[in-house]
Design a protein around this ligand. Sequence first.
Ligand SMILES: C[S@@+](CC[C@H](N)C(=O)[O-])C[C@H]1O[C@@H](n2cnc3c(N)ncnc32)[C@H](O)[C@@H]1O
Length: 432
Amino acid sequence: MSSTNDGVTSGSPRAFAVRILINRFDRSSGFDAQLASEAFLGLEPRDQVLVKELINGTCRWRGTIDFFISALSRKPLSRLDKEVLWILRTAIYQIVFLRVPNHAAVNEAVSLCRHFRKRSAAGFVNGLLRSFLRGRPEIPEDHSVESLAIRFSHPSWLVERYVNRFGLAKAKRLLSRNNTVPEPVVWVNPFKTTRELFLERLRAEGIEAAPLGQLPAAAVIKAPRFHEHPLYREGSCFFMDPSSQRIANLVDLSRCEWVADVCSAPGGKAMILASQLRPEARLICADSSWRRLDQMKKRFEHHGVRGVSLALADLTGQAPWRAQFDFVLADVPCSGLGTIRSNPDVRWSVHPAELDRYHIRQLQILRNAFAGLKPGGEMVYSTCSTEVEENEEVVNAFLQSQKNAAVFGDFIRTFAEEASGDGFFAARIRRL
Ligand SMILES: C[S@@+](CC[C@H](N)C(=O)[O-])C[C@H]1O[C@@H](n2cnc3c(N)ncnc32)[C@H](O)[C@@H]1O
């Protein structure tokens, strides 16, 4: 087995998928970075599609798949080699969800044992998969948290939260929707084109494309591998969840002179903010990560974004500017638990104890972001989380200590169950 600098394995698409999954959960190496590696991009397009399907699908159904493996293995999952466990998980995903012929899935899994130098496990993998094919362990059908966790493939702690908060019926709808694949939505870039021209051109090429809801620049595109289309390559659009677009469109910026986006990388919402400003207005995009700022700079150049300055700033401390802004967006770092549909791995990587740590950091960032507002200015605090510790509880704690702040309108929540996009939270806050 050969391995590149970024740890992504060369070899068959199935070997790639297993290595990417191990890197994701054992080395915290995100899918995006791994899928941008040279090794992955060197694969045939068809194989790239299969790798993505295997990593996303196996994460989506990991809870159910692990139930099957536990029922058939004498060893507990925690004592299986990680390579062996992921080989089994991806094989069962293929058998149940991809309708790969049974014998092919088993043979591939056995040869992956050799590929990952786990020859001694080949017999175990072969035996377990053949037992699975002879008879699938029955999934419990009651309404207990454990049963829902297996059936809907979520960690028990998250199922318990949903049930306690929303009741059984709504929790089940939410769990079920979390396992669906979102439709591909783009933001059409007004620095390059208009949505009308963009859609006209796609339709003329026979590509199914339509405007989306109330959002001024959103479009649903039904075309496989649209990221290879010239319009995508030249920066006329990029993929962006509709809820995310909605957050950036909450406030009318046409009268603002000074605007800040204080947690701005990779810059999706910043581009929407920039597109709404008058030419003489300024947008400061800050982030605490130099690497992410640099990537954002290149992204802005590629997309023709104008009127933006970048700043390296850690908003858990005092910001490097005065109280000068008419509008500030604080789209803070969060657990990402609202994005389970788009990122099926998130449900397995977040630990509930982390929510309190996020809360503390989010509150610090909110306070320091607010300090940049001039009197009468407005800000949006937002997360892509559904959890109250990161949302309502942060804003309420902030309001208790900040007497010159007031929430404007209701909290905005886009739970994946109702909206077409991810689960987002936003609060509009005024400086009095
Ligand atoms: C949710 S992402 C922002 C997404 C962005 N608004 C968009 O729409 O593309 C959060 C960002 O906050 C940055 N960040 C994390 N801690 C920070 C801090 N203490 N101060 C400023 N930025 C921070 C991260 O580097 C990350 O880029």
